[in-house]
Design a protein around this ligand. Structure first.
Ligand code: MN
Length: 154
């Protein structure tokens, strides 16, 4: 059996400020691998036996995740703060406990636009394809929608 697919009994206590014992507070992605700003990642669960991972991302005020799309899907729950997310060609206001489903191949991005930290849980396939970044043409096409243009211009 793949050691990755073995579930261990484990309790990790919450610390203050959306941190957990035994959970590394990491950069969102490797610097320079894709455009993003002021966002961190904590992988809470990454057990192969689950078939999915649960991560907690935190975006500082004014920061954002990468504008991307991919075959794998996301299930997101906002835990703290307010902001906006791009979902395909729509911009939505998001706040605590909102649920966001992101199907495969839908452009998406999270932005902390409300002058406060935005934190969200994101469930994702354990085995997943590499995100695709938009070409300039695809960005221009998205910006044909004024709401999306305003969102992307921050
Ligand atoms: Mn994504």
């Amino acid at each position: 059996m793949d050691i990755d697919a073995k579930t261990e009994a484990l309790h990790r206590s919450a610390k203050s400020g959306f941190r957990w014992d035994g959970v590394a507070h990491s950069p969102y992605k490797d610097e320079g691998s894709a455009p993003f700003k002021a966002i961190s990642r904590q992988t809470l669960f990454a057990d192969g036996a689950l078939g999915c991972e649960l991560r907690y991302f935190e975006v500082d005020a004014g920061g954002h995740s990468t504008l991307e799309r991919h075959e794998h899907v996301h299930a997101v729950m906002i835990l703290r703060g307010h902001g906006k997310c791009l979902l395909g060609d729509e911009v939505r206001d998001i706040g605590p406990h909102d649920l966001v489903s992101i199907p495969g191949w839908v452009w998406h991005q999270f932005r902390a636009t409300a002058g406060e930290t935005l934190g969200f849980l994101c469930m994702v396939n354990h085995d997943r394809d590499r995100p695709q970044l938009p070409t300039d043409e695809q960005v221009y096409a998205l910006m044909a929608n004024p709401a999306v243009a305003a969102f992307l211009n921050g």
